[in-house]
Design a protein around this ligand. Structure first.
Ligand SMILES: Nc1ncnc2c1ncn2[C@@H]1O[C@H](COP(=O)(O)OP(=O)(O)OP(=O)(O)O)[C@@H](O)[C@H]1O
Ligand SMILES: [Mg+2]
Length: 455
């Protein structure tokens, strides 16, 4: 019989029975009802037939020589390819134990011979409907499974996209903060350099004229002295003027006055040098620098903020500078870092009552960090600590994020530390860490490799 499963809508049935008469009877009956029918006279043939083409259902006799129906069923159920074919046993045995055995080996139903055609048809129909429903369920399950997997894939793709987007946003924020900060710093640098230049000229007049002014004054005083010695009896008018201008005091005070003017001019001169050194506008290249000089210059610029007001005392500066070598670095950028950290420390002391203390210490790291097997690198460690407000763990976790600030709008941009982090970590391959607790102050630690920088 030519079996083509797709063309057979009602189902394809394999009948297994060692009695040819039974086979004929059943097949004629099923054929007449529109089923495709195949026949096998033994268990062996039945298994071969199933292997060639899978039937939709098997009607299986139990009592057969060589291989019983139970055995055939066990074979079918043991094979994953055939385990789902429903098997209906046909048997003259009607003991309960036989039926139990039939179900135990995987039978789907049991018909006792002699049978009524209607019963056989009803039971076959039952099993086929059940099977078709099961198949539908399986297909739907597979479809659902596929859909779930597709959705998972789509979700993964979306998640990846979101991740990428997050990265891009962060990158953008960094670039933006960098731009703003470098704009701010170059603006500040230019202004500082401009102011320094403008002050430098007039201060040079004063500075340059002080020595001759001192000399002239000394000469005049000498002349008066000589007059007084030569003409001890002065006129009444002269005596009166000497008294009026308090000549003795003037003579004594004048040199002191000149000296104090010199000190003042000298201080302005120093400030101008510091401003120039801080801005270091044309020194963007790497060069060996003394970090203490950078710190001192920065402190000088912040001088006014260290002084107290009516409500708060001066900020006490404790310096503990160690002996450290000059380091090769971007000097003006490191000055920016000192500026940012010191400004933060001063800000943190704003509401702090006495004592208000900032400690700056420098040292060479004791232990050297192993860079490669035979190369070690030493770090210069700069610690800037304040006994101010400190910060909570939550704040501490975000301080290096661009635009993170706890200061009121208009006061902080939230860029100081993120820029400092970039300068120390990315530009100088160093480390920037923070130790802080609410109410216990803050310590910022900068570590810069002594010889790590290469041009
Ligand atoms: N020494 C400190 N003590 C307490 N909190 C600090 C200290 N330094 C930084 N912070 C916290 O970290 C935040 C971020 O500091 P960052 O310097 O980046 O920005 P900012 O000071 O707020 O603004 P600006 O851009 O003007 O520096 C601060 O707003 C503050 O909450
Ligand atoms: Mg700041």
């Amino acid at each position: 019989m030519n079996y083509q499963p797709d063309q057979c809508l009602k189902g394809n049935i394999l009948i297994v029975d060692d009695t040819p008469d039974n086979l004929r009877l059943l097949s004629t009956m099923l054929y007449s009802k529109g089923y495709q029918v195949r026949k096998a006279l033994s268990g062996k043939f039945a298994l071969q037939g199933v292997e060639m083409a899978k039937p939709d259902l098997i009607l299986l006799d139990i009592n057969m020589p060589e291989m019983s129906g139970y055995e055939v069923c066990q074979h079918l159920k043991a094979n994953p390819q055939t385990s789902d074919i429903p098997v209906i046993f046909l048997s003259a045995l009607d003991q309960v134990s036989d039926k139990i055995e039939a179900f135990a080996v995987g039978g789907a139903d049991y018909i006792i011979k002699p049978f009524q055609s209607e019963e056989v048809l009803a039971r076959i129909n039952n099993q086929l409907t059940l099977r078709s429903l099961q198949k539908q369920l399986k297909d739907q399950n597979a479809l659902l499974q596929k859909e779930i997997e597709e959705r998972k894939l789509a979700e993964d793709r979306e998640r990846e996209k979101a991740c990428q987007l997050q990265l891009t946003i962060e990158q953008l924020k960094r670039t933006q903060s960098h731009l703003i900060q470098s704009e701010k710093m170059s603006g500040l640098g230019k202004m500082v350099a401009g102011v320094a230049h403008e002050i430098n000229n007039p201060v040079n007049f004063i500075w340059g004229n002080l020595p001759p002014a001192t000399k002239y004054a000394q000469d005049l005083i000498r002349l008066i002295q000589l007059y007084q010695e030569t003409y001890p009896d002065s006129t009444l008018e002269i005596s009166k003027l000497i008294e009026e201008i308090e000549l003795d005091f003037l003579r004594e005070d004048w040199p002191k006055l000149m000296r104090s003017m010199e000190v003042g001019a000298e201080r302005i001169h120093q400030i101008v040098l510091s401003l120039r050194s801080f801005s270091r506008l044309n020194e963007s290249d790497l060069k060996p620098v003394d970090i203490h000089e950078g710190i001192e210059n920065t402190l000088l610029i912040l001088q006014h903020r260290l002084k107290g007001t009516n409500d708060s005392p001066n900020i006490e500066l404790i310096k503990d500078y160690g002996t450290v070598p000059n380091i090769i670095c971007y000097a003006s950028q490191l000055n920016q870092v000192f500026m940012n950290l010191l400004t933060n420390a001063i800000d943190a002391l704003e509401t702090q009552l006495s004592p208000r203390v900032i400690t700056i210490s420098t040292s060479l790291s004791q232990e050297s960090t192993v860079k490669s097997e035979n190369e070690t690198s030493k770090f210069i460690v700069i610690r800037i600590a304040d006994n101010g407000s400190g910060m909570s763990e939550e704040v501490r976790q975000h301080i290096f994020d661009p635009f993170f600030t706890t200061k009121p709008v208009g006061k902080g941009t939230g860029l100081g530390l993120s820029i400092s982090y970039q300068i120390v970590v990315e530009k100088h391959q160093g480390k920037l860490t923070c130790i802080s607790e609410p109410g216990k102050g803050t310590e910022m630690i900068i570590e810069i490799p002594v010889s790590g920088m290469k041009n």
